[in-house]
Design a protein around this ligand. Structure first.
Ligand code: CA
Length: 327
């Protein structure tokens, strides 16, 4: 699957330019486009009526006013699932910066230095609307920007009788993107979903196997420890173009003497022809032992040799790559 591997590393705008505007809003996507991101990411979930919308969580409460607007619509676990709401209901919600609950009624921004929690200026876009925005900007700005689509919760959706993989592919086909392997990646944490896309659905689009930690409780039985082993990576190479690991699976911190410690993951993946696109690069959330964002980028681009990064700050990564003559 190494036919589309690039020699220049790519900048993937993680949920748009989400360091500056609330994630997965059209505003954040327009800003990412203006920052010349190579790819703009879409996390996709389905509404109750089966329409793909762009939203990171299968839940709504961390980035919208769903609890105020539709009280009583939470499931028994206290969470508001997007797939319980019709698209026309999702359209009534206002999107804000990601927040978390701290005690009764007290909401706090996850990244306090970013766009303010209020006012809520934005809505949830459908996948089709977001593709129209990116294609329109490509035309008016004379660029070609890639889509980097993640299928969220494929098993949760399937339990509701909704096949998110084929539904998303039909929207991509409608918009003329289903046969543009140079311009679209499909990503998923669930190995079986990607295998289906490759072997049964036979999409020509390159697939990226996301790798998390088994402790995260992703909607998948996939064993991420196995995926990082030589045997696991060889299996991934049979259906995927590359991997999307968490950055802590590559940069392991520092030795007592202060040396950067790197795992074998990038070398192992490259030996199999797999591209490596780690997540998530945030200048306001640096890993232990890293002083500034530049140093983090040095470690990943110059030492580890990754093929691209998911970042909330696409402008900063773009400037870095230009300045260092990496692109
Ligand atoms: Ca994602």
């Amino acid at each position: 699957m190494s036919t589309t591997q690039r020699s220049c590393p790519i900048v993937i705008a993680h949920r748009g330019a989400s360091g500056y505007l609330p994630e997965h809003t059209l505003a954040a996507k327009a800003m990412a486009h203006a920052m010349d991101a190579d790819y703009i990411e879409q996390d996709v979930v389905l509404s109750r009526d089966g329409i793909p919308v762009v939203l990171h969580d299968v839940y709504l409460e961390s980035t919208t006013d769903v609890a105020q607007r539709f009280p009583g619509r939470a499931q028994a676990d206290g969470r508001f699932y997007a797939m319980d709401f019709l698209l026309e209901e999702l359209r009534q919600l206002k999107v804000h910066e990601r927040s978390s609950q701290h005690g009764e009624g007290s909401e706090r921004a996850v990244y306090p230095g970013r766009f303010p929690l209020a006012p809520a200026l934005f809505g949830i876009p459908t996948l089709a609307e977001e593709i129209d925005l990116i294609a329109g900007l490509d035309r008016s700005r004379g660029r070609t920007t890639g889509l980097y689509v993640e299928l969220k919760g494929p098993n949760l959706h399937m339990a509701r009788g909704m096949d998110i993989a084929t539904i998303v592919l039909s929207v991509l086909a409608e918009k003329g993107y289903a046969d543009r392997p140079q311009q679209v990646y499909l990503q998923c944490f669930d190995g079986p979903t990607l295998k289906r896309l490759r072997h049964e659905i036979k999409t020509p689009l390159p697939l990226i196997q996301l790798i998390g930690e088994n402790s995260w409780g992703e909607d998948s039985d996939s064993d991420y420890d196995y995926m990082r082993s030589p045997a696991g990576l060889a299996e991934i190479a049979s259906y995927a173009h590359g991997i999307g690991p968490w950055l802590a699976q590559i940069y392991m911190g520092r030795s007592p003497a202060g040396e950067v410690l790197l795992s074998e993951l990038v070398n192992r993946a490259h030996a199999l022809g797999l591209a490596v696109h780690p997540y998530t690069f945030r200048s306001d959330e640096l890993p232990a032992g890293v002083e500034d964002f530049n140093e983090l980028l040095d470690i990943f681009f110059k030492r580890a040799g990754v093929d691209g990064v998911f970042t909330d700050f696409p402008d900063t990564v773009r400037h870095y790559l230009r300045r260092e003559n990496i692109i």
